[in-house]
Write a protein of this length. Structure first.
Length: 93
């Protein structure tokens, strides 16, 4: 399934944290939601009041940091992704 974000939205694939801390394996129930991801696709950008299109500042392939409660989680086949507004991205790593 292919998903194309609209407007200033961005599709981000989660980057899972290590499942092992030292020699201790962390169970799925104890894991926190990842806050990093790789940009898979971007929308066309935000429209201004004058009708001009402002391009999105991130591009496919960028590794980004986003807020813990940002966006909407979606499943695309076996992958878990996040659709979020460009303004919910905190930084490019």
């Amino acid at each position: 399934m292919k998903l194309k974000p609209v407007g200033d939205r961005v599709l981000v694939r989660f980057v899972e944290a290590d499942e092992k801390i030292g020699s201790i394996v962390v169970p799925d129930t104890a894991k926190e939601k990842p806050q990093q991801g790789i940009v898979e696709a971007v929308g066309d950008g935000r429209l201004t009041e004058k009708g001009e299109r402002l391009p999105v500042q991130v591009k496919a392939g960028d590794r980004v940091l986003f807020g813990r409660y940002a966006g909407t989680e979606v499943r695309l086949g076996e992958k878990t992704c996040m659709v979020l507004h460009e303004t919910e991205i905190l930084a490019i790593l």
